[in-house]
Design a protein around this ligand. Sequence first.
Ligand SMILES: O=C(CO)COP(=O)(O)O
Length: 267
Amino acid sequence: MSLPAKNPQAIIGVSLKMYFGYARSVDYCRDVASIAFAHPAVQSGDIELFVLPVLPALPEAARILGPAGAAAGAQDIFWEDEGAYTGEVGGRTIAELGGRYAEVGHAERRRIFGEDDRTIGLKTAAAYRNGLTPVLCVGELQQGSVEEAVAQCTAEIDAALNRASSLAPAGRTIVAYEPQWAIGAPEPATPEYISAVTTGLDAHLRSLPGQDTSRVIYGGSAGPGLITQLDPAVAGLFLGRFAHDPKALKTILDETAARLETAEVAA
Ligand SMILES: O=C(CO)COP(=O)(O)O
């Protein structure tokens, strides 16, 4: 078993959304665990790897991924820890089930479930309070200029973190920059655009109190071949459909490790 990553240099996350049921999610996590176990950069802690399955699969996913040096988390979190909140699951339970991450504010939750800055801030606080790393999703609705995207995403980060830090001591945050127009699309945003927006978000995020170890990753139709084209400000990828094939995930891990080696040689 590898030690938990203290200072990972890259982050690769997968959200299975509601694509896979229980059995297929567990099978997928087994495949990911074999890949992680054999992957030097995951074992050394240089790459932080996590999977967010459908919630009922979380305990089994955590049991399978943990010994392989990876981790599991939830795709959502309620903002209270317990009480009369029918149908919700709080951070205390997510942590009890072995979850280490809680995704907050995904574009689908903003659009379909009406989540707004207030609820996203409360959920981010709930993640911190329960020792979970929030995966805070931000992203502009429509494609425009880099400056417009940075302004909108910075405002979303500030709204979430200002509210969260008024309620719970801030912790490390993974910001997933996901342009809404690039989610579920045939192709990701261009590498130049992703790099430029993320560079702005990374500088802003890490200047905030308590966020110096926080990082920004990119999501939105990301898959093999993308990470090697991105600026180092992009710490990794938040994957959806294009990680459903475990072989594709392995390729992405290999590319991420190669990129770290190139960065070391250049330094
Ligand atoms: O929303 C995403 C990850 O959370 C990205 O999903 P896709 O890569 O399937 O577009």
